[in-house]
Design a protein around this ligand. Structure first.
Ligand code: 26W
Length: 816
């Protein structure tokens, strides 16, 4: 049963009516924000109607439900996306135009919820979108951070962080469910109780934080299926303690309240870097406990206390180890609240949990100090100890006498609680996010566990939702695809394949090229209003957009640009393809070197853009505050996608897929999903350079080649010298000494150039020169671009979710 779509007239009437009712104004005197409100309410009504139609259906059909637990959900703006899901974008756009409004300027009124750092959070959002569109029952669970990821300003070339107060004016899309609040307990101690020959445990003297859920509906495309993203917000349970307040102890009364509420105050801005902060552990347990308590209650409501079928009806998935405390939490609830024995609880838990690993960076793996866990979560700690005791005993049978190995694999060892070990040991499935990443997990990071139980390990390559990243972000290309192959690909992503033959059609190629150019113009307009820079639409757009990290090697890109600049200065007649180099990247606020690289890029931009000769063919732009909505403008405008990570370090990457789907050609290393992009498009439609993961591994065991490269390669020597001779930032010639030093000598006793920037620089610049040449053959280039779009179906998150479902979750579709 499909619900009717609103007509243009109905949409206009609804907007006008809401303006009148809510604000007592009409379209002529309404502010943009009021219009956004009226429009968003109209769309929300339509989404909620579908929610009502679906409501209760999953329970009636007694279907299994997935809880996808993730400390981050980077959903992006909802308004336009929901119009697309309602398959009514066209009518909405026409209605807005007929009211004399510019749709995109209304969309920009919506604050973007920045509840994630990067890849992992955005992946969770794409997954929920696909789950809904595939009619699979699921709930996303996360934290409703009052402050999302910081907003980035560039001041004098440096990154400055500003708070992201995205909830300042409330959010249109969330529904508060006070009735489903949960209590989460911290601190206190555990009492042992002996009764009728049985031992049980009681947690006492704890302090309580209330977890209040705010649900955000996620509508499936062209369907009535709505899955909820549940965002838990922390509240003090006790209203202000009026007695102590009256006694004059104002500050203590208020302090207690704030201490509870600080838990959901702010998202930690570190990406791929772990620090054992107590508040972070509190956040993680808060999310885990509230979500699992709810999942169990929801199960009991439908199925009663027959826990033997729990794992058939509930799947819990931990997105990286951050919500891993959900594992002992389920054990606790089953044993302490429902009286199950250890063995039964353990079997259920193991059959319920799946775990995805998203990084092999050693500094990102979570290990909590044992005493911190013991103090903050005493009952959970007891359970972890027992898990550990049994694990070590079991491993002793597999690896007799191998204490060192068992120590490495232990849930508790060397004074820390090792979260990855917990998630692997206590779950039924572990997966990597690309083929090469899974291979590295099996061979290296989790090799010991792989030996014990190889069947537990699977590989599922990441994906992105083509609805947001193609249909919504790139309507020009999307309508062109409709014209060529019809619009069935929108529901059935595999049909994108059918686009491939159109690369031989000259008229289609021309239109494709024009669409790209219009997208470049759109980006240019946005950047003009954003930060006052404009771009030439005829130039090649070369973009690297992702978090700033040494392993992602923005430095390689920057040094490559400097090298080309030198070549042009030496030879002003050099025939080069005009190109705009665009960077978008946030650095973790405490990551000194990453921030210095941002400064370097901005100094290179100054040098190049102000040079009369170089600026004719080069321009360097650092876009401020890279976020989801900026990505939606960047990807469709790109000709070239820079994916430069040191091989073996990037688990998958998903930006690479977004660029590809929008017709950008990849320049990348054999890392993460780049390997599979190469497989999909063939070597003529991608540019691969640099060391392989095996070569990188071998190089760690050899002395560094950095100084040899420096000594033998004059061009490398020159750019290196420019880092410290005042070419860049003459006022502060020593500014980039740290970068120079780390490349040539390494950090305190470590290896020089440990991310192999110098080793890969020549190969990188060579590949760039080849691209120069190839780009000028427009026909051939556009053919490559079309091939990339057509074969990007492999990287649709619908494909990814189908694989998760077949291998791990086993959910059934709920159809009305
Ligand atoms: C505890 C600190 C911390 C914070 C975030 C450690 C690790 C993370 C994330 C796991 C980092 C992350 O986002 N990883 C990215 O996950 C993407 C989705 O699978 C991959 O595409 C990226 O390659 C990976 O870097």
């Amino acid at each position: 049963m499909a619900l009717d779509r609103l007509t243009v007239q109905e949409i206009k009437d609804s907007i006008l009516q809401k303006l009148e009712r809510n604000y007592g104004c009409d379209i002529t005197d309404a502010t943009k924000n009021q219009i956004y409100d009226a429009l968003a309410q109209t769309v929300r009504d339509e989404v909620m109607k579908r929610r009502t139609a679906y409501r209760g259906e999953r329970k009636r059909q007694r279907c299994k439900k997935l809880y996808y637990l993730s400390a981050e959900f980077l959903v992006g703006r909802a308004l336009h996306n929901n119009m697309v899901a309602l398959v009514n974008e066209h009518n909405y756009i026409v209605a807005l135009r007929e009211l004399g409004l510019d749709p995109s300027s209304i969309f920009e009124e919506e604050p973007e919820p920045g509840l994630g750092n990067g890849g992992l959070g955005r992946l969770a959002a794409c997954f929920l979108d696909s789950l809904s569109s595939l009619h699979l029952p699921a709930m996303g669970c996360t934290i409703r951070y009052e402050y999302g990821l910081f907003r980035q300003k560039i001041v004098d070339g440096y990154q400055v962080e500003l708070p992201d107060n995205w909830l300042e004016n409330g959010s249109m899309w969330e529904v508060c469910r006070m009735d489903e609040s949960q209590e989460v307990h911290f601190g206190g101690r555990v009492e042992e109780i002996h009764e009728n020959g049985k031992t049980s445990y009681r947690h006492v003297n704890y302090s309580t934080v209330q977890a209040v859920p705010y649900d955000v509906p996620t509508l499936g495309y062209d369907s009535n299926m709505v899955n909820m993203l549940r965002c838990w917000s922390a509240r003090a349970t006790k209203k202000l303690d009026m007695q102590s307040f009256n006694r004059g102890e104002y500050t203590r009364a208020i302090e207690e309240k704030e201490l509870a509420e600080v838990i959901s105050k702010v998202l930690y801005p570190e990406d791929n870097h772990y620090e054992g902060k107590e508040l972070r552990l509190k956040q993680q347990y808060f999310l885990s406990s509230a979500s699992v308590q709810y999942a169990v209650k929801d199960f009991v409501k439908v199925y009663g206390k027959d826990f033997s079928i729990f794992a058939d009806k509930v799947a819990l998935h931990v997105n990286d180890t951050h919500p891993g405390m959900a594992i002992p939490e389920l054990m606790r609830i089953l044993m302490d609240e429902y009286g199950l024995g250890w063995d039964e609880a353990e079997t259920i838990t193991k059959n319920t949990f799946g775990y995805t690993n998203h990084t092999v960076m050693a500094e990102a793996l979570e290990k909590w100090p044992e005493d911190m866990v013991a103090r903050l979560l005493p009952r959970i700690y007891m359970i972890l100890q027992e898990i550990n005791r049994r694990e070590c005993a079991a491993l002793w049978d597999v690896f007799p006498g191998q204490w060192e190995r068992i120590g490495r694999m232990a849930v508790i060892g060397y004074g820390t609680v090792n979260m990855a070990n917990l998630c692997i040991w206590m779950g039924h499935s572990v997966n990597g996010v690309s083929k090469i990443h899974t291979d590295i997990l099996k061979k290296d990071v989790f090799h010991d566990f792989y030996l014990v139980d190889p069947d537990k390990f699977t590989s599922i390559t990441n994906g992105i939702t083509h609805r947001r990243w193609l249909m919504m972000a790139n309507f020009r290309l999307s309508s062109l695809i409709d014209e060529a192959i019809g619009d069935k690909w929108r529901k059935d992503y595999e049909l994108l394949k059918d686009l491939e033959p159109f690369k031989e059609d000259a008229a289609f190629r021309e239109k494709f090229f024009e669409a790209k150019k219009l997208n470049k113009a759109r980006l240019s307009r946005r950047l003009t209003s954003w930060q006052g820079v404009s771009l030439r639409e005829d130039d090649m757009f070369d973009i690297q957009a992702k978090r700033l990290h040494e392993y992602k090697r923005q430095l390689l890109n920057a040094l490559g640009i400097l090298m080309l600049y030198n070549r042009i200065k030496d030879n002003p007649g050099l025939d080069v393809q005009p190109r705009i180099y665009i960077f978008g990247a946030k650095a973790a606020p405490g990551y000194y070197r990453a921030k210095l690289i941002i400064r370097l890029i901005n100094e290179i931009a100054k040098l190049v853009n102000n040079d009369p000769v170089a600026s004719r063919v080069m321009k360097v732009v650092f876009v401020e505050n890279y976020c989801v909505s900026l990505a939606e403008d960047l990807m469709p405008a790109a000709d070239l996608s820079e994916q430069l990570s040191t091989a073996g370090k990037e688990a998958s990457g998903t930006g690479n897929m977004k660029f590809m789907m929008n017709g950008a050609v990849t320049l990348g290393t054999l890392d993460g999903a780049n390997v599979e992009i190469l497989q999909a498009v063939g070597k003529d439609n991608i540019y691969i350079f640099g060391m392989t993961a095996e070569q990188v591994e071998a190089a760690y065991r050899q002395p560094s080649r950095a100084s040899a490269i420096f000594e033998t390669n004059a061009e490398v020597r020159r750019v290196m010298t420019q880092l410290i001779d005042g070419t860049l930032c003459p006022e502060q010639p020593g500014l980039f000494r740290d970068l120079y030093h780390s490349l040539l000598f390494g950090d305190n006793g470590g290896m020089a150039d440990s991310y192999f920037v110098l080793s890969d620089l020549s190969g990188y610049v060579k590949a760039r020169m080849q691209i120069e040449k190839d780009y000028r053959d427009r026909d051939e280039w556009v053919k490559k671009a079309i091939t990339n779009v057509a074969r990007s179906w492999i990287f649709a998150s619908d494909r990814t979710i189908k694989e998760y479902n077949e291998k791990i979750w086993h959910l059934k579709e709920v159809r009305l």
